[in-house]
Design a protein around this ligand. Structure first.
Ligand SMILES: Nc1ncnc2c1ncn2[C@@H]1O[C@H](COP(=O)(O)OP(=O)(O)O)[C@@H](O)[C@H]1O
Ligand SMILES: [Mg+2]
Length: 439
């Protein structure tokens, strides 16, 4: 089986083949000793791919942008290293010339469990590689057909048949970083809410996509990457663009390890809405449940609990879920979520003309800075309330930086020696307790 060097050499091959050649049929390029069931599987995948490609063509799916990358660009790639791998595909990061921009290259994972399982079963290298290549091709057709900020952008593609009868496919994508749930769990609520909101926006788009309602069959955090701070789905080979066919309601069960749901079999013989609901329940069990509730602002907690219940019971569709998320965003951004209570701001003296040393100070969790306690606030009043609730807090500084919602990043500190006169920062210093009564 080719090692990484052979794979890299293969990626750099100059041969450019038309899509028509690649999907011209499994029987063309294979020898006569292909096991029947493997041949049938290849034919099924090829039919599925042709159908999808025809649907994309019929809907005038946007082609790759002008200046899209092709096999020729793979010649000049530099700094190739592994970005990730899954059961079917391996993903490399590489810099393309000119300019050295880094992109992701996806190819069949020769040593992945998909190809290995197939080889064990059929002992037919060429057929097994081709089976996996169909997945990559299906993904490429979908990536070209779907146009949404939550779907990773395809930058180009290369079909390469240089190695005898073997087929090789490489897709070139914008480069992201794998989604790390553990790291995400340690970020402030606002950042975790952003990921969930972006996911809901994607699910709304998928439920209403130009190719119909699309279900992500292998829905897991590892199928997503972060590109420039945005959540994007990258693994689209295992999706269904058709609702489940049915004869009776009993055919429309949606089963998860902990729960199952019953759907109706619609008159046209499809389990109506099952794809959308399947995505939503997966979003609930892999994302919302972990990311939404903890350290959420107190007054938003009942609304978030309502969203969790409604998606966990599949009472909400993508539309209602999106509206509920937008409502939370509005309450949060506008400051309406803040509880009406007497402000602590009058307990602070405002001092102007300081700058801050990047030194360690007291920590809070979760903080936007590892050096100290940095939290986003709606306004100085909210910051004063927070400072007054932290026994260590002596003063706070509203920095010029803001979060994605426009909230102000504020540094809470205990040590006045962190402040140096001569800058343009405004510092709110807690008045000594004895003096509060006189002012
Ligand atoms: N555009 C990308 N940028 C960076 N890493 C990526 C990108 N696409 C995928 N990956 C990483 O590669 C892994 C495998 O890709 P994926 O398409 O999920 O393959 P598989 O179908 O084998 O699961 C992903 O889990 C992810 O960590
Ligand atoms: Mg994957």
């Amino acid at each position: 089986m080719p090692g990484p060097e052979a794979l890299l050499a293969l990626l750099a091959a100059p041969v450019l083949l038309a899509l028509a050649l690649v999907i011209s049929g499994p029987w063309r390029l294979l020898d006569a000793r292909v096991p029947l069931s493997l041949m049938q599987e290849l034919e099924r995948r090829q039919t599925d791919l042709s159908r999808l490609a025809a649907a994309a063509r019929a809907r005038d799916a946007p082609a790759l942008p002008p200046g899209a990358l092709g096999c020729a660009e793979l010649h000049g790639v530099a700094g190739v290293s592994l970005a990730g791998s899954g059961i079917t595909k391996v993903v490399l990061r590489a810099a393309v010339s000119p300019g050295g921009e880094e992109i992701a290259l996806k190819a069949v994972h020769w040593a992945g469990s998909d190809v290995s399982r197939c080889l064990q079963r059929y002992r037919h290298q060429e057929g097994c590689y081709r089976l996996a290549s169909y997945k990559l091709l299906k993904e490429a057709v979908l990536l070209q057909s779907l146009d949404h900020p939550g779907v990773v952008k395809m930058r180009g593609q290369c079909y390469d048949r240089r190695l005898g009868l073997e087929m090789n496919v490489v897709t070139m994508l914008e480069l992201g970083t794998p989604l790390e749930m553990i790291r995400l769990l340690q970020t402030p609520w606002e950042e975790r809410f952003k990921i969930c909101l972006e996911l809901v926006e994607l699910l709304y788009y998928l439920a209403n996509s130009p190719l119909g309602s699309i279900a992500l069959l292998d829905f897991q955090p590892r199928q997503f990457v972060i590109v420039n701070g945005l959540l994007k789905v990258t693994d689209l080979d295992d999706v269904s663009t058709e609702e489940l066919p049915c004869k009776a309601d009993e055919d429309c069960a949606l089963e998860f390890p902990t729960k199952s749901f019953a759907f109706q079999c619609a008159a046209h013989g499809k389990c109506e809405g099952i794809n959308e609901k399947r995505n939503l329940f997966n979003a609930y069990r892999y994302f919302f449940m972990y990311l939404l509730p903890h350290t959420a602002p107190f007054t938003l907690q009942p609304i978030l609990a309502g969203i969790l219940n409604a998606t966990g019971d599949l009472r909400y569709g993508a539309n209602e879920t999106l509206r509920a998320f937008q409502k939370v965003l509005h309450l949060y951004k506008s400051g309406l979520y803040l509880q009406k209570k007497p402000s602590h701001l009058k307990e602070y003296i405002v001092l102007k003309g300081f700058r801050n040393k990047d030194t360690e100070d007291y920590k809070c969790w979760p903080s936007y800075s590892h050096l100290g306690c940095m939290i986003s606030v709606h306004n100085a009043e909210e910051a004063a309330d927070i400072c007054s609730s932290h026994p260590q807090c002596h003063h706070f500084i509203i920095t010029p930086r803001s979060t994605w919602t426009g909230r102000l990043l504020t540094l809470f500190q205990s040590n006045l020696t962190d402040l140096i006169p001569g800058g343009n920062m405004v510092v709110y210093v807690k008045r000594p307790t004895a003096s509060r009564g006189f002012l």
